[in-house]
Ligand binder design. Sequence first.
Ligand code: BGC
Length: 777
Amino acid sequence: MKKILISSVLSIVFFLSGIAQNSINPKLGKDRVKKVIAAMTLEEKVSLVVGTGSIMPGGSPPLVAGAAGTSYSLPRLGITSLVLTDGPAGVRISPTRENDLNSYYCTAFPVGTLLASTWDIDLVQKVGKAMGNEVLEYGADILLGPGMNTHRNPLCGRNFEYYSEDPYITGKMGAAMINGVESEGVGTSIKHFAANNAETNRNSVNIIVSERALREIYLEGFRIAIQEGKPWTVMSSYNLINGIYTSENPDLLTSILRKDWGFKGFVMTDWGGGKNPVAQMIAGNDLLMPGSSTQTSTIIKAVTEGKLEEKILDRNVEKILNVILESPRFKGFKFTNKPDLKAHAEVTRQAAAEGMVLLKNDSASLPLGRSIKNIATFGNTSYEIITGGTGSGDVNEAYRVSLIEGLHNAGFKTNDDLSSLYSSWLKLSKTGRPRSRGFMMGSRPVEELSLNQDIISGMANVSDAAIITIGRNSGEGSDRTNAKGDFQLSDLEQQLIKNVTKAFKAGRKKVIVILNVGGVIETASWRDLPDAILLAWQAGQETGNSIADIITGKVNPSGKIATTFPMTYDDVPSAKTFPGKELPADPVAAQPAGGFGRSKPAVDTYNEGIYVGYRYYETFKIKTAYEFGYGLSYTNFIFSDLKLSSDKFSGSLTVTVDVKNSGNVAGKEVAELYLSAPAVKLDKPSLELKGFAKTKLLKPGESQTLTFIIDSRRLSSFDPARSSWIAEAGKYQVKIGASSKDIRQRSTFILAKEITVKKETVSLVPKEKIYELKPTK
Ligand code: BGC
C-alpha cells in the first residue's frame, strides 16, 4: 500500500514537472515561432543557422545515409532536423548501407538539358512529382535542385544540370519542377543563385557583368521560377558578382530575392560557399552548409562583441523554422524507404523520349522500317551508356538500360561479334585504371576502338543498319574544353563515322548517329555523313529503352533544343573570355574560400552582355549548326490563323494559333512565340522567346488551337539608367514558329506609349567599365 502511495506521488511530481518543463520550453508547432526563438540561447540560434557538417553530432549515424547535409535539431524546443539531398536529376543518397541487406536506389531521371528540350511543362512537373516522392519516401526533406544557371557557354561542365541559354524557358521549366517536387510535401532548393556559369575557379571567380545582362539573362529565370514555383529554399552560388560573393550580398539575397520578388523561404549556401559567415548572416543567407565549427564560433563571437545584431540571427532562424514546420520530418511522416521505383522508371522512360531531339532524318531513315532486324552498333557508349553527369548531380540508380539492351528489348538483333570486340576493348582499356577520378569527375573516357575497314565492311554485309553512339560526360568542379575528344570529335570518332557511312552506304544501308551527351558538341564537320542524327542527351536510367522507343517510331520525336549548336566553338560569343582569367595571387584576395575543389582568384567579364545564345546568333547573323528551338518530327505540321486579341497593346494581349498535323503519323509540335521589340533607347536582340506551347498528340489531319498571353513584362527590357523594366513604344512583331529560324506566322501590334513595367529598388551596376557588344543600328 505504502509502495503504491509513493509511486503515485512520484508520478504526480513527474507529471507536474513535465507541465512545468513544457511551460518553460515552448514547442515548435504548438507555440508561435517568435516565442520559440525567444526561448533559444545564442548557441542554439547559431546551431540552427550552421549545418551539422559532414559528420553528425556526437558521431551518431546520419539520418539518411549519403544525404548532402543536415541541419541541427533542438529536441528541447521540438525542432527537428532538415535532411537535404542532391539533385537535380534524381535523389542522391547511398544505395547500400552497412549491416543492412536493403537497398536504397533512386531513379536516375533525364538531365536538365533534356527536360528543357521537351518544352512540356506538365511532363516536367510529373518528373518532379516522382522525384519528390523519392525524397519523401527515403526520409529526406529538401531536394537540392533544380539547377537554374544559364548555358552562357557550351563548355560549362554543369550545363547538363541546367536547362537552357534562355531565361524564359529556364524559369518555366524550373517552376514546373518545383511545383512537381513540392506537390509531394517536400522542398526544393533552386540553385546556384546566381551567375554560376562556369566551374573553373568556381569558389573565387568574380563575374563582372552589366546590370542589364544580369537582370535580363542571369536573374530572370530565377525570378520566374521563384514567383511561379515558390520554392522552399534557394541555394546561393560560390562565385562573386561584381566583386561580392553572392552569399554575402544583401542586395541580391534580401532586396531582390525577398523584397522585389517576394521569396518567403530561406537561403542556404552552396557547400562551403563564401568566406565571411557574419556577412552571410547579414545578407540574408540564412543557413551555412554543410556547416563548420569555425563558422559557429565566428558568429557567436560577432554577436557577443556586438558586431552582429542578434535580431539578424532571429530573422534568419525564423525563416528556417518556418520551413521546418512544413517538412515531413517535423510532421512525423513515416517514410517507407520503398518508393514505387517501377512506376518512376516508366516516368523517366517517357520523359526521356519526349526530350530527345531528331537533328537530321534524310529520306525518312527513321523510324527504322520493319525490314530492319539486325543492327551493327558502333561506339563505346552504345555498350556503356551515359545516363547522367558526374559529381553531386549523379544519381545512384539500380540499373541502366544500355543502347544494346534497349534495342534487344525492342526486338532487334545486334551483332554479337561486334559486341564482344567492344566488351574486350572496354575491359582492356580500363585494366589497371582507377575506377573513377573522384566523385566529381567520374571515370576517364575510353578512346574509341579503331576498327579496320574490313571489319566494318563485314558488318555492313551482315547487318541491315548501323548505329554509332558518340558519348560525352562532365560534371561539377571542372569545365569541358574545345579539344578533340571533348567539344570536337576525336580523330578516331571522325574516322569511325566516315568509315561506317562509307561501308553501309555502299550497301544502301542506313547509318544513324546517336549523341549521348549532356551538353553541346561540334556537329558541323561530320553531320553530312550519316542519314540520321538523334540527340539522345543523357536520358536517365532507361536511356536505351527511350532511344529504342524513338527509333522504332513507338514515340514520334517532339523534342527541340533549348540551347544552340554553333558551327564552331569560336562562334560562341563568350568563347574569348570563358571561363575567365586567373589573377596574380594577392595574399588577401587569394584567401581560399570554402567549397570543394581548389580555386584561384579569377575574373570573368561578360562582354557579350545580353547577347547570349540565339540572342547573339540571330542578331549578329552568325550561322549555326542547329538553331535554338530546332527539332524534327516523323510528321509535318502546318501553322495557321495567327490571331491577336488586339493590334494595340493595353496591359495584356491574347495570341492564338492553329497547329495541324499534315503528315501521316500522330505527333506533337511545339509552337514557339518570339517577339521582336522596337529598339528606341535600348538596343534589342532581333527576337526573344516570350511564350511556348506544345500540342497534345495530334492524329494525322487533326488540329489544335494554342493560346499565349503576353503581358507587359514580356515586352520590357531593363534600362539601367532608370533602374526599371521599360516597354518601349512602337511596333512589336509577333513571330510564331517551329524554331527560332523557322518562323511560320507573323503579326504586329503597337504600343502607343512607353510603359514603366517595374522600378527596381537596388542597382547592381559594376564598378568596372564593361565594353559590351552592341548591334549597330
Ligand atoms: C554543389 C551543389 C550541391 C552541393 C551538395 C556542391 O558542391 O555545387 O550543387 O548541391 O555540393 O552536394
